[in-house]
Design a protein around this ligand. Structure first.
Ligand code: 3PG
Length: 212
């Protein structure tokens, strides 16, 4: 597991879109629209049955996309996602089984944490890049700043409840490399095939700046 590579991925763009694919035909044009707006790191979640085929299609047809697999909760999903073309995974939390799956699959993992004890457990398991989830209910910017003192050697991708308007406050935290969110991929725009709107949202997100 290479933590440097995961940090590189997190620093590629200020925002990682969290994507749920309801129709496999949307996957490639959606990924192209985001990449056209400067957003190359995409989290394709396994919340729908189309998640894994969408990862495969994007990996084959959108070479500039850096694909993450999201909502990883089962150990067996790691190798399947890696084989489909995902280069990193995101989980809402961390369990012993997921630590083992990350090690055995070689898939880079951005695990979810919500408390200082969870940060410490993840750190003990070898993870220095973490997803603060759900970021706003967990305390948001105040939580991130408070945790930076006692736990300075971890870097976060806060996700959950963040918007274009609030993202800048998160990105200004010294322990934040990027944020995650679903606002770049509104369901109505996807269902309408309004890829231009998604590129516009991606361009606005690309223009956000992080503190690191
Ligand atoms: C999610 O749970 O879908 C992600 O955390 C994104 O959350 P958001 O919709 O609040 O951006």
């Amino acid at each position: 597991m290479s933590s440097l590579r995961l940090l590189d991925i997190m620093q590629t763009s200020p925002v990682i879109p969290v994507i749920a694919i309801d129709d496999l035909a949307h996957a490639v044009p959606l990924a192209r629209a985001l990449v056209a707006g400067g957003i190359r790191v995409l989290e394709i979640t396994l919340r729908t049955v189309h998640g894994m085929p969408a990862i495969r299609a994007i990996a084959e047809q959108v070479p500039d996309a850096i694909i993450g697999v999201g909502t990883l909760t089962q150990a067996e999903e790691f190798t399947a996602a890696r084989d489909a073309g995902a280069v990193f995974g995101v989980s809402p939390g961390l369990t012993a089984a997921l630590v083992q799956a990350a090690q055995s699959s070689g898939l880079l993992l951005l695990p979810g944490v919500m408390t200082p004890s969870e940060v410490m457990s993840a750190r003990e398991a070898g993870f220095r890049q973490l997803k603060l989830f759900p970021a706003v209910p967990a305390g948001g910017v105040g939580m991130l700043n408070a945790i930076a003192g006692p736990l300075p050697d971890v870097t976060f991708c806060p996700t959950g409840g963040i918007s274009q308007e609030s993202a800048g406050q998160f990105l200004a935290c010294k322990n934040v490399a990027c944020v995650g969110g679903s606002w770049l991929t509104p369901r109505d725009a996807i269902m309408a095939g309004d890829w231009a709107r998604i590129t516009t949202l991606a361009k606005a997100a690309s223009a956000l700046r992080r503190a690191l």
